[in-house]
Write a protein that binds this ligand. Sequence first.
Ligand code: 5AD
Ligand code: FES
Length: 367
Amino acid sequence: MTELTKLDLLEWLRESRPARLQSLYERANAVRKEHVGDAVHLRGLIEVSSHCVRQCMYCGLRHANRDLPRYRMTREEILNCALQAERLGYGTVVMQGGEDDLLTAKWVEEIVWWIKRETRLAVTLSLGERSRDEFELWRLAGADRYLLRFETSDENLFRVIHPHRYSGTPGRLSLLRQLKSLGYEAGGGVMVGIPGQSFESLAQDILTFRALNLDMIGIGPYIAHAATPLGSGALRPAISPSEQAPASEEMVYKMIALTRIVCPDANIPSTTALATINKVDGRKLGLKVGANVVMPNLTPSKYRRLYEIYPAKACIDESATDCNQCLRGQIHSLGRFAGHGPGGRGMLETPVGIMPDAGANLVQLQA
Ligand code: 5AD
Ligand code: FES
């Protein structure tokens, strides 16, 4: 298979002919099947805190959004979610939150320890830009993976939409390299269609996924949130209309498909943001064009609404058991099966279990 150059990627990103796009999606689906198989891994998402000290110009959790009541889950609530994840047969829990200074290094460490001791779950953290010492402490406590999307590889746009907390902190690409060097599986990703985001920068994003050798890559549409400067239109990064990438469903499918072709063995979720812009079958279509992961929400219902990164999030009223059943139904309707194990990179699964030659990886991950 010929490698895709930046020019090829750009051409695909601008492609709109249905037959051509169909051929791209079929190719991505074949690459997905060959490299990561038919398993769809379930990652239980626990939104541990909606407090955030940052001011990201697109995110509803930004500190300046005073209209949003904030919450922080207790340790017991988090541990109960982890136990529920196990009961539902998930292989992984993802602890995600805003940059909340009260989620101290020690607090997170103890929760990771407990989950690793009491369950067989892989633990993924997604707690924003934290220090190397914290990453190291949590890794030693048993955390397996860390998610930190870099949102866009366009440095100018990144700066405009992420006002700095401290000067001199490492950029997200450096943090992702740091995470990998500590032995984490590292996940990056981008939003698609951010105001000011060009087609060209999206092509560069895909090349950046490959250059970083990311283990996980999350891609979702940008969704305007009226309580943010980007969403209200108060902030309008300059760009010519012909360069602006749309925040459309099709654009997200193209990005997922091209990412699958360029990074064949990465774990790629069909994201909640995608399911939000097409509530009927966004999640399923993502799985058909290259994705192999879904992230059912485990956050207790009293908090769900308050984790409002963007409006009208999918599954806001459904319980954890509703989503579990719904997703398993969707996975089976595609002729695929739900993964049983932790679903790390390079762990191929068959419908009945983990393939024997994936054993080496499994031992490594759990060591
Ligand atoms: N639209 C879509 N995705 C968003 N995120 C944050 N705000 C928005 C928005 N308005 C995504 C970012 C972040 C992830 C947790 O949620 O990519 O990394
Ligand atoms: Fe939540 Fe379908 S995944 S209801």
